[in-house]
Design a protein. Sequence first.
Length: 632
Amino acid sequence: MRSPSLLLLILLASPTAAQPCEGRGWTLRACLRATYKPADLALDYDAQRDRLFADVWLETDTAGVARIEGAYGGMTVVIDPDSAASPREQAQSRSFNTEHVYPQSRGASSGNARADLHHLMPVQEAINSARSNFPFDEVGDEAVLWCRVGGCTATRPTTSGDGSWSRIYREGTGPFYHDGRFEPRDAVKGDVARAAFYFATMYQVEAEDSMTWPEGRRWFLDQRDVLLDWHEADPPDAAETARTWRAAAYQGDRPNPYVLFPQLVRDAFFRGQQQQGGEPEVWINELHATNDGPDTGEGVELAGRAGTDLYAWRLVFYGGHDGEPYNPIDSLVAERVTFDLPIPDEVGRLGAVWQPVRGMWNRCNGLALFDPDLELVQFLSYGGCSFNVVSGPVYDHALSNGASGDPSDGPDADTPDSLLWSTPLLGLGGHGRPQEWATLPPGYSLQLTGAGDTYEDFTWGGPYPATPGRLGDYQAPSDGNRTSGWKPGDAIPVIADELTPPLAEIADAYRATLLLSPSMRGSTAKGLVPEPGGGPDHALTVGSPHPNPARSLTRIDVAVAPDALGDAPVSAEVYDVLGRHVTTSTVRGTPSGSAIDLNVAAFAPGLYVVRVTTTRPDGRTETAARRFTVVR
């Protein structure tokens, strides 16, 4: 292993040395973590602080005098090598202590996150205390404190504009300060920025979970642009480069990559994965939330390219009932799941990870997948209900990206809808949404099926026997499923009637139901649109198919409100459980009502959905969906 000094000489002699990681956004940060994040530190926090003062920040001049300079104030302390006191003790006797660039209350409270030398700096105690846990920002003339060698003063100094002062803005009195911002002196702004970017890369989960997610993420994002400005205005110098290598000597030769390769900052934090477009590298692949009797085996599976680092990927659950708008789950066990592991190599290109989750079922349900850049990758409704969320990270993401639900939603038009907003909007269309059924036996799940290497190659299906932690039995890349033997071109079986949920109550039918009034947009626990109650908003009334189950013929009663539809045709489209169109029947709607007779003698046994549609005189479409079963 090369010594840090030799590596430093190589680096300084080769300024164009190739960086070890490529890519953008979270994919680049994942590579940097794998390459540069130190393993469990051999030294505890106190020992790390000893190294900070005795080596990392200790500078010896040409006269042989050793000094430590405070990062924020610029005050220097001369260290006596012959003293019985350690360098840290000598500095502390001069009112120096250890500053966490990323505050302990924002994620640096324990373990490596607390002790990592790459974001520790010696500072004057008074300035450290005044900074508190305030985020970094430009303060300028709003400062209420100016800090330098002599400490902090509330009186604006005559030299306040020369860049040598650290500035603090804060509100409140006594010990109860809040809403503060901290601007370090110009000479260390770049050093501070690279330390913060390092921590946000290596300890993102710790940083984000120090507050209610995603507030912890936003706490960093609010500083990100300012830190970039400081990073680029104050590039690494020889002293900072030497410090990062001295720290690396105690941390497995792991320096701060943003000091060695400053160009990585823009790619890692300002050119995120989703901004590149294209298909997601990770997706929701299988889920199980409820079954007949006590729910067992609940959980969600993520799949994607083998080796993808899932660090800081998150599942966020939404729960409620009867299609009413509701907030993120607060009464169930499941609320959010954070991942910290790679996708295993199952078939050479793809793999899957299963996450058990309790409490996923509460009639209406939603499931959102966020990548580490806080980009929404998927938002699925799996409880048989279309709903609009009114708060939480999905709602916030929709507003920040200018997305919304269906324009006909009225007051809810600016909120993300679990069916219309989400997957199709992100370029992942064609899948509708999965829907689970509360009468499933244990051991079954909803899964993506089909052949391919990306999310768009697959289709939701099932329920099939659960395959937690591996690709489904009817899912495979081009060379086939090595576990089940299923290969592209093989048939995907139709599950027995009693196990089949109404997956064929397809997205188109549900999109149409969203055109109804908000009171009609709810659904029962089984995912069916409620019977209309009459009135101008509910001109079309559709009865349940009878007989049901049917062998040769089933009838659907249809009635319209007087003068609401005139002589408009009423069509009944039938779909099988895989969403394939089977037949269409048409009648003329009349105030006295009509009946649609469906000849099902030639239908294969199984579950079917009939979608009844008509058009109002004003051009609006009104639709209702009903299910029936064919038996032999």
